[in-house]
Design a protein around this ligand. Structure first.
Ligand SMILES: [Zn+2]
Ligand SMILES: [Zn+2]
Length: 290
């Protein structure tokens, strides 16, 4: 009985760990589907509101742009999840020197900028943070895919928000009434209480998700750009010192690889990292100031 309970708990825990990824996948595909519909049908809520007539070529350009962004999001996510940033299987060498520590959980000497993740249950090379949306750590080996994924999520959500502007206009065309405001703020409750149709709910929900998602992803994306330019990880951000700052160009190279200026365009473009994630060039004092 105890072992059955443990098995059920274990399975439930695994499910919960994958829940954010499944939810994100669902949202990304729903938004892409809705925006494709807007492009193809040009009818956000009511057919009578069709004003623009886009040429077939213009529609094709929009669809290519959408699926290029979707492809990049999916591909970078897959490569991010498949690329282990941990110390497992990595030869760490002698394991002694400035900045090296001993991890009692992994029972190993770990290099500078490496730290233990209690969610992944392993030490991660140049650990940035544990990403709850992917359920995996962001570290030296998978940072490029993480940042490219954020870039395309940001651009995709910006595009979807602009495309959904018409949905907001249609909802608010009756004026800023309690009904229209509630539909935008709490579409779920409006649907359950029978105040709106499933179609109006779907458009309002996706338009809301685009705006909220865009604001959230913007904050993450620009924060990581800021850190990358400063040559810091999220964990090092708390310190006012930047001992690993190599200057803008080399910071970009050490985060995105040798071909940092083009590799973000497609995950297939190879971009070897200049370092090994174990040894780092130090340009300042490693002593903490606070
Ligand atoms: Zn460890
Ligand atoms: Zn982790």
């Amino acid at each position: 009985m105890t072992s059955l309970a443990a098995k059920v708990f274990c399975r439930a825990e695994k499910m919960c760990r994958h829940l954010p990824v499944m939810l994100n996948t669902f949202l990304v595909f729903s938004i892409t589907g809705e925006v494709s519909y807007l492009v193809l049908m040009e009818a956000p809520l009511e057919a009578s509101l069709k004003k623009t007539t886009w040429s077939a070529w213009w529609k094709v350009i929009h669809l290519i742009a959408q699926y290029f962004m979707l492809g990049n999001i999916c591909w970078n996510s897959l490569l991010f999840l498949k690329t282990s940033p941990s110390i497992k299987g990595v030869f760490l060498g002698e394991g002694m020197g400035l900045g090296w520590r001993y991890c009692y959980t992994c029972e190993a000497h770990t290099p500078p900028r490496c730290s233990h993740c209690y969610d992944c249950k392993v030490c991660v090379l140049r650990r940035d943070h544990h990403c709850v949306f992917f359920g995996q750590c962001v570290g030296f080996h998978n940072y490029r895919f993480f940042l490219s994924c954020l870039l395309f999520m940001w651009s995709g959500l910006l595009y979807a928000t602009l495309m959904n502007a018409e949905v907001f206009i249609v909802i608010l065309k009756e004026g800023v009434t309690v009904h229209s405001v509630l539909l935008l703020l709490i579409p779920w409750i409006m649907l359950v209480s029978g105040q709106v149709s499933a179609r109006a709910f779907a458009f309002a929900f996706i338009a809301d998700t685009c705006v909220v998602g865009f604001l959230l992803v913007s904050a993450f994306f620009f924060f990581h750009l800021f850190l990358m330019i400063r040559g810091q990880t999220t964990r090092e951000w708390y310190s006012s010192r930047r001992p690993y700052n190599l200057g803008l160009r080399r910071n970009l190279q050490h985060n995105l690889g040798r071909y940092w200026y083009i590799c973000w365009l497609c995950p297939l473009i190879p971009s070897p990292m200049p370092g090994d994630g174990i040894h780092f060039e130090v340009t300042g004092s490693l002593e903490p100031t606070r």
